[in-house]
Design a protein around this ligand. Structure first.
Ligand SMILES: Nc1nc2c(c(=O)[nH]1)N[C@H]1C(S)=C(S)[C@@H](COP(=O)(O)O)O[C@H]1N2
Ligand SMILES: [Mo]
Length: 435
């Protein structure tokens, strides 16, 4: 979290306390958590204080159901086929198998791209779809409306970017670090990189009459309202973005890899927020609120913050950029022939900057060798890499890959835990057997 992002979060809380922020659907206990996070609890209005809030009950898992299965070839609510050799189905979500990315190129084919759905993919008609942009962060009282044709007439921008779930790698908190976390037990395949084509959100906001008073922009999805396991309706998937990010590199994307967006990835239009946690990239967007006051939704209060012993009492600031990761394009517990040289391939990516260096170890981390990079390092994208290896003798081996990005950060050996298992960035220990 950069100082400016922290400052932004604190400023929002002060505005909320002064009655200048809106928090539709955010429970008081969540606001108290925010206040505590920013060290502002002393200033909280007395009416908000309650013992239940102070106790700060652990939030329920929101990142999908925890169940996983290796056999299912379909997930409830996902439209595209999910062949078992490409996907692991986890509740309403489908994780890409990294081995299925071998040879796929920089851009992940839409057919193999992971799907993270809170509910079900809605099948929307592009011809009758409209986008409404409204709110007191616009000059005019009347909302602006755009059809898909309207958007396509605006200047076109194409951008390569990964979309990655904040919970990607979550299962390794448990399997490598022995920590209990809530949420979907992803391995490393809740990520994909595509070429997205659309119009800059900045362009649409400008045409809608963006005022200098605007501070937050909140895209809302047209999929069904999300009801948690305990029966709480959290409303439509939505998460505010600061105007600074909205005006920077965010797209309203209507194409993925040169084709109209497929239903599961947001057809006809999704928000694409490069480098940030996947939840920011709202699919099936139908409405964007532009607000002169800070906005809150459960997706930037209870969820997508870091909670736990190592974090502020009320949770960290809302998550923004993704972290640093690497993965081998090999099945877990793969069998490889002993005594034969083979080419190990994989990918590394970072939300903080381009990946500039990758090292590989084939002996559990005793010795490291530089991998060859096959892509020009670019921010918001991943790099493909390879390293040659000849397992000398039959037996078990542990493969490791460790990336460094342009900020100078290298993947650590362990990740500081958080209760919801977000932003795992430690080096993953990949078991293989030479036979
Ligand atoms: N409307 C809507 N947008 C959404 C979601 C959702 O359930 N509904 N899931 C979010 C999450 S948590 C992630 S990680 C990404 C996943 O994008 P993908 O399914 O295209 O891979 O979409 C985000 N946008
Ligand atoms: Mo996600």
């Amino acid at each position: 979290m950069s100082p400016s992002e922290l400052a932004y979060d604190r400023r929002r809380l002060r505005q909320w306390l002064a009655g200048d922020a809106r928090a539709d659907g955010v429970a008081r206990r969540d606001m108290l958590r925010l206040l505590a996070a920013a060290g502002l609890t002393a200033a909280a209005p007395a009416a908000l204080a309650s013992p239940a809030a102070a106790a700060g009950a652990a939030p329920a898992a929101v990142d999908g159901t925890a169940g996983s299965t290796r056999v299912a070839a379909s997930a409830p609510g996902i439209v595209k086929p999910l062949p078992e050799e490409w996907f692991t189905v986890r509740g309403t979500n489908a994780e890409t198998r990294f081995a299925a990315l071998a040879g796929t190129g920089l851009h992940t084919p839409a057919e193999r791209f992971f799907v993270r759905n809170h509910t079900s993919t809605p099948v929307l008609d592009a011809d009758s779809w409209t986008l409404t942009v409204r709110g007191d962060g616009l000059h005019r009282a009347k909302p602006a409306e755009f059809t898909l044709d309207d958007l396509k007439r605006l200047p076109v921008t194409t951008r390569t970017a990964f979309v990655e779930c904040a919970g990607n790698g979550r299962s390794f908190f448990t399997s490598q670090q022995g920590q209990a976390v809530t949420g979907t037990a992803w391995t490393l395949g809740a990520v994909g990189t595509a070429e997205w084509r659309g119009v800059r959100l900045a362009e649409v906001l400008r045409r809608a009459g963006l005022s200098h008073r605007a501070v937050d922009v909140m895209p809302v999805g047209l999929d069904a309202e999300y009801v948690t396991a305990d029966g709480t309706n959290l409303g439509h998937v939505r998460r505010p973005l600061p105007v600074s990010k909205a005006l920077d590199d965010v797209l309203l994307a209507y194409e993925m890899n040169g084709e109209p967006l497929p239903p599961d990835h947001g057809h006809p239009v999704r928000v694409l927020v490069p480098s940030w946690v996947g939840i920011a990239s709202v699919k099936w967007v139908g409405d964007i609120e532009v607000s002169a006051r800070p906005l809150y939704s459960p997706w930037n209060t209870d969820f997508y913050r870091l909670f736990g012993d190592a974090h502020p009492a009320g949770g960290s600031a809302p998550l923004t950029r993704q972290t640093l990761k690497s993965a081998f394009e090999l099945p877990w517990e793969a069998s490889v022939p002993a005594g034969v040289e083979r080419r190990l391939t994989g990918r590394s990516w970072s939300g903080a900057g381009a990946v500039t260096r990758v090292e590989v170890s084939t002996d559990g981390g005793a010795r490291w060798h530089p991998a060859r990079l096959h892509d020009t390092p670019r921010r918001a994208s991943w790099v493909r890499w390879s390293a040659d290896w000849r397992p000398a003798a039959p037996g078990p081996y542990t493969l490791l890959a460790r990336a460094t990005d342009t900020t100078g950060r290298t993947q650590p050996d362990t990740t500081v835990p958080n209760t919801q298992g977000y932003l795992f960035d430690a080096v993953v220990r990949h078991p293989v057997t030479a036979v």
